[in-house]
Design a protein around this ligand. Sequence first.
Ligand code: 3PG
Length: 212
Amino acid sequence: KSLRIREVCSMAPILPVLVVEDAANARPLAEALVAGGLPALEVTLRTPAALDVIRAMADLPGSVVGAGTLVMPEDVRAAKDAGAQFGVSPGATDALIAACEAEGLPLLPGAVTASEAMRLLEKGYDILKFFPAEAAGGVPVLKALAAPLPQISFCPTGGISNANAREYLSLPNVICAGGSWVAPVKMVQGRDWAGIEALARQAAMLSANSAS
Ligand code: 3PG
């Protein structure tokens, strides 16, 4: 499971977190992000259209589309059926993990504390989402966790932008970072695909110094 999440997190320094209201925007949005150099995409299950959005993006060549905001075990089947190739959760529960393993959906589970991270490590998960990154203490917390838990890599998400991504990506225990800034809702609604491609290109030029 971690192996495939490692591949997803190694495709680019930034994993776009997408909140898409209108499935008609899904395909051009994904094309713009992929063209800009961000092939792994997280579609959050936060809009009624989310599963249709995943369906519309799933077969785009050169992209890997996952479902974010997995909370309940039933979200997992729906995401998988829509074509999601990986899942992301802000946290982790035994039921959610069991559902992902039963469905064969690689999971990027969320953890903030040492105990949360250690419980996931015991289950074989060594790449974890660190959410909400900025609100939970950001770079200093990740730096501190690297000392006792160097075998765990994080994908910090929440409050990250082009302005602070580089600082996160310079940490040895950060494999990639996630965020919605590369696809702002207003730009998606305005169908500003060239603008989104430019944001993606800028994000793709950031580089992860991950030792993992
Ligand atoms: C997530 O689900 O990962 C976050 O909501 C994304 O946070 P951001 O909008 O601050 O990038």
